[in-house]
Design a protein around this ligand. Sequence first.
Ligand SMILES: [Zn+2]
Length: 143
Amino acid sequence: MIINLFPLFLITFISTETIQIKKHKPMDNQTCLECGEKIVGRSDKKFCSDACRNAYNNKQNKTISNYMRNVNNRLRRNYRILSESNTEGKTKLTRSKLESLGFDFDYITQIVTYKNGSQYFYIYDKGYKFLDNDWILIVNKNS
Ligand SMILES: [Zn+2]
């Protein structure tokens, strides 16, 4: 019995040691996300100073803003193209015509599928639906 239990205890001991080593290692190598300096202190710290935290967060926010600005610009351009192309409330245009005006089909704000199964893509209150061949029907929402 003793012979059988002893190795089990040893294995348990060794694996506990290994886990502790693995847990401690990253703490020793923790570096600041902004400047890459070694961080002294708590293992969950990501920055060496408040200045680095602020600099890092400002960059993150700027990245998000630039991305959002690009998306907003594309949406605005799409909206303008649909508005200018559709002065009668409802009109038909070809897909190639819309593309030649700079319309980007990747940017919409909403997809609405009506009970009759027809699907409209909206940029705010300006929408369109794909018709046969190259044709597209442009509409205003609620009209
Ligand atoms: Zn730093």
